[in-house]
Design a protein around this ligand. Structure first.
Ligand SMILES: Nc1ncnc2c1ncn2[C@@H]1O[C@H](COP(=O)(O)OP(=O)(O)OP(=O)(O)O)[C@@H](O)[C@H]1O
Length: 261
């Protein structure tokens, strides 16, 4: 396999303006298969905008995008999901009144074959597919450590478990890239340890992960490479050790009144 084949997400020149604010300015990243790639920066740096651009929530003003070597246009969320990026959200977005397992099954349905007509007619093919989807969803719930809550409504799960459920749902689409938007937000120290183990396991199982995270310790401990944004510009890229000692990064964080926790 050539080095080029190993690149899962390749973005160059990503730009996005909102009125007078240049939220993203010529940002480029390359994420290799099996990497955990971190996106950090002070508040308002453009991290969420970058996520929203690559996942089709915002139409970029410019930039080129490819996933697994195939160019894609991040113009619509469902197209990006089909192309193979799954994401979680900073503010958890689950179907609160559905059970945990149903939430994961919804994620899986974008990969199904028998379609709406099969579902309405409840054809044997549909039923077999449904059973397989349920079995796979249960496996994923077990994998993220919440298998015993399969039949609980999503809203009744603890915050940490809801975040794990979002990850299970993202995994259900068999994505080439999983984009996690602040997965540790609101978690206590114990939940963060469990989350870290989970992300590590997902990586070891051959998945590729893009991570926005405010918890610098978690980022530095988990990521293979990190990009630092500040005012929409990419001010550093490299290993955690490299970016941590980068003058521009230190300045950006201190200037914004941040401190590493
Ligand atoms: N939908 C929008 N409309 C107008 N301005 C926006 C919009 N989304 C983001 N911005 C602006 O773009 C800039 C980058 O914001 P963004 O939310 O991407 O930063 P961030 O790094 O994710 O910040 P945080 O860490 O606070 O979540 C900010 O100045 C923000 O006000």
């Amino acid at each position: 396999m050539s080095t080029q084949d190993n690149i899962v997400l390749n973005v160059s020149g990503a730009s996005k303006r909102f009125g007078g604010v240049q939220a993203l300015s010529d940002v480029g990243i390359q994420i290799r298969r099996g990497q955990v790639y971190g996106l950090i920066g002070p508040n308002g740096a453009g991290k969420t905008t970058f996520f929203n651009v690559i996942t089709g929530l915002y139409t970029p003003d410019g930039g080129s995008f490819s996933l697994g070597g195939t160019p894609y246009k991040p113009q619509a969320v469902h197209q990006v999901a089909k192309a193979g990026i799954a994401r979680t959200f900073q503010n958890i977005r689950l179907f609160a009144e559905m059970t945990a397992i149903e939430n994961v099954m919804v994620g899986r349905h974008i990969r199904t074959q028998s379609g709406l007509l099969g579902a309405v007619l409840r054809t044997p093919a549909f039923k077999a597919e449904e059973a397989a989807i349920r079995a796979r969803a249960q496996e994923l719930l077990d994998y993220v450590g919440i298998g015993k809550y399969a039949e609980f409504k999503a809203r009744t799960l603890s915050y940490g478990d809801q975040r794990r459920l979002e990850i299970a749902r993202a995994l259900a689409t068999d994505p080439q890239l999983i984009a996690l938007d602040e997965p540790a937000a609101g978690m206590n120290a114990t939940e963060k340890v469990v989350l870290r183990e989970l992300i590590d396991r997902i990586r070891k199982d051959g998945r590729t992960i893009l991570l926005i995270e405010h918890d610098v310790k978690l980022v530095m401990g988990l990521c293979d490479r990190v990009t630092v944004l500040d005012y929409g510009k990419q001010i550093a890229e490299g290993t955690p050790a490299e970016v941590q000692s980068n003058e521009k990064v230190i300045e950006a964080y201190l200037g914004a009144g941040h401190k590493a926790h």
